[in-house]
Write a protein that binds this ligand. Structure first.
Ligand code: TNX
Length: 491
């Protein structure tokens, strides 16, 4: 049976259309789990204008059976039942139900279906760079809602870079006092207070998302030098490929990379690294702390290896799992169990493959973020006013969709892959409207690759583009200003 008329993304693991009448939402009521019921009420009201009553009709329950995050959904003319293995599973069942809501003549209905669904990968992430441009709480909450609606469950926050430090730390108040006021192109900066950060974590948790915070080191640290000049190496300006020249002690508002470095092998730097990650660990309930490690072109290879060994050990000693960009795999002393984030291409260079594999060889797993497929900051089309192009851009929706995680890093199999993450770097991204313009609809491709089984009749570009096209009206009512790419038959 074809599922093409149903605009479901990510594609459920198992789905069958049932015979019989659809379920009519007018006058319908909901019963069961209060959190899930509240989400469903809000979403149905937004989508249809209908207020669900309280009582029999749509039954929502958690029953503890089945894999983590899984759910079952049965809809018929007489009622709907969604059963989650856990609260996250039930939440995802609600998201699926909202995607199923359709207009039938003048009525809002849910077609008769039977779905049994669970995720392929445990880690399904998006990253938001709040350093190049600062993004306020409302924007972050809106992005959490967008990601969670596609069953993504990790928000990686890139909290520091050359352009600014974005999280208040009590142990190091100079960071936000001296290095948060500006952003790329002279845009206003900003930072999260500790209460703001807790609010982000709580909001994410209410949508079953875990926050993975990143302080990027030892490169991408020009801003640290504004607060602590003694911790910074002199900028290695000769490696800048784009943008303006950084000046030590002055805010950097360009978009060059690879020029800054912490001073390695210095007790003051070690104390700084210990302080910032210890405080970050205290503030962060999730299991992962990301220490960056990318593009440290202003650091010698020996210093880089020493830094990676000590930072990954320090984070491990805090009871957290370190995460680093794949270059950190070059360091022989990388702490066992460190998770690697691969950002090479779908067909990587030998060095990227070797570095990524090094994490697995030390018992760590991999997050796949192949830049030519899932970097949401690449232009979607050549004429897009926003976005970059360095990763073989523009990156079409079909390119974002047509890749298979187990075929990227040779020798890295399904069990070694923790999951998939779609980063959004924000050199060109200042507002929620900009985020929507770049993230959508490609974020839906990342979500399907992370959630849905690798194969199946409908796990194809032809099916995906049609299902995405059917989501247009829902996205519009949710206020998502997605670009109507020509690759998609929007309905
Ligand atoms: C590379 S990908 C970076 C970032 C830039 C991004 C722009 C990675 C780990 N580092 O510093 O923002 O390209 O696409």
């Amino acid at each position: 049976m074809t599922v093409l008329p149903l605009p479901l993304v990510p594609l459920p693991a198992d789905l069958a259309l049932a015979d019989g009448a659809p379920y009519a939402l007018s006058g319908a009521a909901v019963t069961g789990d209060p959190d899930a019921a509240a989400h469903l009420r809000t979403l149905v009201r937004t989508r249809t204008g209908l207020d669900l009553g309280t009582g029999d009709g749509i039954a929502l329950a958690v029953d503890g059976s089945g894999p983590a995050e899984s759910y079952r959904l049965e809809a018929s003319g007489t009622g709907i039942r969604i059963t989650g293995a856990d609260a996250a599973g039930l939440f995802y069942g609600v998201q699926t139900l909202v995607q199923l809501v359709a207009r039938d003549g003048g009525a809002w209905v849910v077609p008769a279906v039977r779905i049994v669904d669970s995720p392929r990968f445990a880690y399904r992430g998006v990253m938001l760079d709040v350093a190049r441009h600062f993004h306020d709480l409302d924007t972050v909450r809106a992005y959490i809602d967008r990601a969670a609606s596609l069953k993504l469950n990790v928000l990686h926050l890139h909290l520091s870079d050359d352009q600014g430090w974005r999280l208040e730390l009590r142990s190091r108040p100079e960071l936000t006092a001296e290095a948060s006021a500006t952003a790329v192109g002279g845009a206003p900066g900003g930072y999260y207070t500790q209460d703001d950060y807790r609010a982000v974590i709580a909001y994410a948790a209410s949508r079953h998302m875990t926050v993975v915070p990143e302080f990027d080191m030892p490169g991408h640290t020009h801003a640290v030098g504004l607060a602590y000049p003694e911790l910074a190496e002199a900028p290695a300006v000769e490696v800048i490929t784009e943008g303006s020249t950084p000046v030590a002690g002055e805010p950097y508002t360009g978009i060059g990379v690879g020029f800054s470095s912490l001073r390695i092998g210095d007790e003051a730097t070690d104390a700084f690294v210990r302080d910032v990650f210890a405080e970050l660990a205290e503030l962060t309930p999730g299991p992962w702390l990301h220490f960056g490690g990318d593009e440290s072109l202003g650091t010698t290879p020996e210093d880089f290896a020493q830094f990676v060994a000590s930072a990954s050990a320090a984070i491990t000693a805090l009871g957290k799992t370190p995460v680093a960009w794949h270059e950190a795999g070059a360091a022989a002393g990388l702490a066992p169990g460190t998770v690697g984030q691969f950002w090479g291409f779908v067909s990587p260079t030998d060095a990227a493959t070797r570095h990524a594999r090094a994490f697995a060889e030390r018992g760590g797993r991999l997050i796949l973020s192949p830049a030519d497929a899932v970097y949401l900051d690449m232009k979607p089309t050549a004429d897009s006013p926003l976005g970059l192009t360095w990763a073989n851009g523009p990156t079409s929706l079909v390119r974002a969709y047509d890749w298979e995680p187990t075929r990227v890093v040779d020798g890295v199999d399904e069990a070694t892959i923790l999951g998939v993450e779609a980063p959004l770097w924000t050199e060109t991204v200042a507002t929620l409207e900009d985020i929507d313009a770049l993230a959508f609809p490609r974020i839906a491709a990342a979500a399907e690759i992370a959630w849905s089984p690798a194969s199946g009749a409908e796990r194809s570009w032809a099916s995906f583009r049609s299902r995405v096209g059917g989501l247009g009206p829902l996205w519009t009512t949710l206020g998502i200003r997605f670009p109507a790419l020509e690759e998609v038959p929007w309905t």
